[in-house]
Design a protein around this ligand. Sequence first.
Ligand SMILES: *Cc1c(COP(=O)(O)O)cnc(C)c1O
Length: 321
Amino acid sequence: MGASAKAIEAGKAALNSVQMYPDGGCYDLKNALAQTHGLSSEQFIVGNGSNEILELLGHAFVGKGDEVVMGQGAFIVYKLVTLLFGGTPVEVPTKNHFHDLRGMREAVTDRTRIVFLASPDNPSGSANAPAEIIDLVESLPENVLFVLDEAYSEYQDKPVDLRPLIAAGRKVFCTRTFSKIYGLAGLRVGYGYGDSELVSLLNRTRAPFNVNSIALAAARAALEDQEFVESCRIANVAGLRQFEKAADSLNLEYIPSSANFITLNVGDGKAAFEAMQRDGVIVRPLAPYGMGEWVRITIGTQEQNDRALESLTSFLSQECE
Ligand SMILES: *Cc1c(COP(=O)(O)O)cnc(C)c1O
């Protein structure tokens, strides 16, 4: 879907002032985010992708001997960040490709510092029910930080809203990104929001000019172009239905997705990846997530989806011979 034309234009205009340092406090973008989310600007931190924010959380909260709870097969950065700061990742088995939030609660000990959850998750695409997520947050001990990674929440009809829990003083922090529905992955810009004191702590762990001026300008314009976001959301739902229908007729198991990709059991993920790449279609084999039979396919335009499905179908028919 590309990115909003207004965002591209704003990014290009910002090129004319690159002799200047970017605004280290991200004043304009934070104000725009505060408006969008109905929070105050001190409750936001902007990062070089939300990846950076996840790393700052490790910086601020994880040390040797600390435990960090996450679902098995969750977005791999949680585990990497935990290990980076000498912590111990505690991975809780999933149930039918959904994170087991009760199991995750039971895995919390005196040494737990953070519980990470992405909903929708990557690479499964599964999303936990909002009420279930809220129950988990409410059941956590006061000294445990709950981090909800909302990288794909703009694709959902009714994403969970943790702002009331933040207002109530719960230790909750949410991360979002301009890399997914906004289509600005190459510019590296994401953000997090939560209690302003927690945000202030994270701010002390970041580099002074962590987000560049082109990214800041483009992100702000992108945020204002919600019409573009809505068109992406609608196209994504159509694309998901297209893949689900095709998977049904090809007799392939898939995980019900709330994100902008679909994860399918193709028998041999690596072989499918290699065969499809020869057709110029790049999918993600999921062996590194312990799902060797699966691939994740990003939803594209209808023509791109057609082409991916054609390539997949031809791979499957060769496998049968
Ligand atoms: C893509 C992704 C991110 C990170 O995106 P950035 O490009 O670093 O903003 C974070 N979490 C999940 C679950 C993702 O899929």
